[in-house]
Design a protein around this ligand. Structure first.
Ligand code: UDP
Length: 314
């Protein structure tokens, strides 16, 4: 037994979850990662075996029991890419609802501080731009994204209920598009798709006319923001993301240039309910957490491209 503070991360073998595991171990915490490996990957955490780290393969939609005291809980378990939550709609709904309930129950029992990984998807296809935390969103509950968006909206509601009714110290991070090493090659999101296609000199699949916008945050910035939020005294939702907005076509062009690819753009139909714009208003994070992203897209893409080159053996 160590006297280190313990952090439990659900979804700890996933993209953001595994980077959080690294970050908290470096900061001197003992980390427990729980993951059922539906979309997570054991390779993301295999380097942590001899560290202050424990991995439990488990589905957090079931009752969670941990036989050591837990100080912090980061609830990151969930399919997170549109393809994943369309392939696993029931699991997505269950982990956002039942999984959040179980993780909050554990926080109550241990008097642990709890952070919910929420999402910019709670804003849906927004009619307010950029999106601030007071905007209630524009979500189609029965569309293809509804399973994720509504699960996360429910997760926010139950998190606030545990805060007000049970006095659990809860935080809500509304995470905007985040990218970096350890995203899966077949994840289906724009950055992994475009990098893989560009490295293989295959057509770049731009959906719609490519004029829809997103704002991409590098993983190292995101992890710092999440750390600052869970250590803060603030209990209402906080947007975390990079406010630099660009079109998907601009993103594709940057990736083609950085990889010196011969790929051409291949326009494909726009998926249903694909948000037309997305840009975080991060005024609250700046004021309360003194946080803002430091990496620009080119820096972040360079290290992400390196990661994908290795993964693809190129
Ligand atoms: N997109 C695209 N080609 C792809 C994957 C995604 O043009 O191969 C578009 C998608 O339609 C969306 C944007 O890129 O407008 C970002 O998609 P992503 O899946 O990365 O995340 P989202 O922000 O939609 O959750």
């Amino acid at each position: 037994m160590t006297d280190k503070k313990t952090v439990l991360i659900t979804g700890g073998a996933g993209f953001i979850g595994s980077h959080l595991a690294d970050y908290f171990i470096d900061k001197g915490f003992f980390v427990i990662a729980i993951d059922n490996l539906l979309t997570g990957d054991i390779a993301n955490i295999s380097h942590l075996v001899n560290k202050d780290f424990l991995f439990i393969k488990y589905d957090v939609t079931n009752y969670i029991y941990v036989d050591r005291h837990v100080d912090y809980i980061l609830h990151f378990a969930s399919p997170a890419s549109p393809i994943d939550y369309q392939n696993y709609p029931i699991q997505t709904l269950k982990v956002g609802s039942l999984g959040t309930h179980k993780a909050l129950g554990l926080a109550l029992k241990h008097k642990a501080t709890f952070l919910l990984a929420s999402t910019s998807e709670v804003y849906g296809d927004p009619s307010c731009h950029p999106q601030n935390e007071d905007y209630w969103g524009n979500v189609n509950p029965v569309g293809p994204r509804g399973v994720y968006d509504e699960a996360k909206r429910f997760a926010e509601a139950i998190t606030m209920a545990y805060h007000f009714y049970h006095n659990v110290d809860t935080k809500i991070a509304r995470i905007f598009n985040t990218y970096g090493p350890r995203m899966r090659i077949n994840d289906g999101r724009a950055i992994p798709n475009f990098i893989t296609q560009a490295l293989k000199n295959e057509p770049i699949s731009v959906f719609g006319d490519g004029k829809q916008t997103r704002s991409f945050c590098y993983i190292n910035d995101m992890v710092k923001g999440i750390y600052k939020l869970i250590m803060s005294q603030y209990n209402f939702p906080v947007n975390l993301g990079n406010p630099h907005e660009r079109t998907i076509l601009e993103l594709a062009d940057s990736i083609i240039k950085l990889t010196k690819s011969k790929s051409k753009i291949d326009y494909k139909p726009l998926p249903i309910d694909d948000p037309k714009v997305r840009q975080p208003d991060i005024k609250r994070a700046k004021e309360i957490l003194h946080w803002e992203p430091e990496y620009n897209l080119i820096e972040g893409l360079i290290s992400t491209i390196e990661y994908f080159k290795n993964k693809l053996n190129l």
